[in-house]
Design a protein around this ligand. Structure first.
Ligand code: HEC
Ligand code: HEC
Length: 194
């Protein structure tokens, strides 16, 4: 919950399907899971956990997956293609991608920066940092943030970004994701689009 794994993964049948479900890793050995967390995939954040926290996570994943190997039926996951240049014109790539990355349903992994936080599933309740206390991110709040970030967080290092008409809407649309709840048969059900 604290690190927001559910914004990309399904955990205990809840979360998004931007990346693989973490419910079925019972057949992996602990070293593989340690490696997946310590040297994460390109669009998974580097959490830099303490060894104790990381080991707790690995034990939890093995416990979750006990008796369930890979290969069960599962809600399809977004496939992450290597970008072929086709999406370079998307305003996220031009305006945000130098500093941020995100996994998206429409375009897969996008952006190449890591100075700013990974923005995958920004508008879901699984995103770990709120806009402001008690206020989750919404497309409207994203617009206000881009217009005047210091008004939201006086000490932030992200400067405001000047966007052309329509660009903020396209960026917000790209960051929206579906929330799936996996049913007992593993087929999953789309519950809502955030
Ligand atoms: C921003 C998205 C994102 C977040 C947040 C995220 N991951 Fe991942 N994770 C990925 C991607 C992408 C992969 C590569 C495999 C895939 O695409 O499903 C991955 C792979 C993994 C794997 C290897 C899975 C396998 O099948 O071998 C583990 C284990 C894992 N993540 C654990 C975690 C844990 C634990 C957290 C929370 C602390 C977390 N991830 C948060 C994106 C994310
Ligand atoms: C020059 C680098 C840079 C660019 C360009 C940039 N950002 Fe950021 N952004 C950052 C940094 C650094 C932070 C972390 C600021 C902080 O923690 O206060 C950040 C924070 C954010 C946050 C807050 C996320 C959180 O977890 O607190 C959002 C949302 C965000 N950026 C969206 C965007 C979008 C959308 C764009 C493109 C229109 C963009 N940014 C362009 C560097 C950048």
């Amino acid at each position: 919950m604290r690190f927001g794994c559910r914004r990309c993964h399904t955990v205990r049948r809840e979360g998004t399907t931007l990346a693989a479900s973490l419910d079925r890793l019972g057949s992996k050995n602990p070293e593989e899971l340690v490696a997946a967390i310590d040297r994460p995939a390109v669009y998974m954040p580097e959490f830099r956990f303490t060894t104790a926290d990381r080991d707790d996570l690995v034990n939890y994943l093995l416990w979750l997956g006990r008796g369930r190997g890979d290969g069960g039926k599962e809600t399809p996951t977004v496939i992450h293609f290597v970008r072929n240049g086709r999406d370079d014109e998307h305003p996220f790539v031009k305006r945000c991608g130098g500093c941020h990355r995100a996994l998206t349903e429409a375009l897969g992994g996008i952006g190449r920066g890591s100075i700013g936080p990974n923005l995958s599933a920004l508008f879901t309740p699984f995103y770990p940092r709120l806009y402001r206390k008690g206020e989750p991110w919404t497309p409207e709040r994203l617009r206000d943030w881009l217009k005047n970030s210091r008004k939201v967080r006086p000490l932030t290092v992200m400067q405001s970004v000047v966007l052309e008409k329509g660009e903020v809407e396209r960026i917000a649309e790209l960051l929206r994701v579906s929330r799936y709840v996996q049913t007992e048969d593993g087929m999953g059900e789309r519950v809502k689009r955030y």
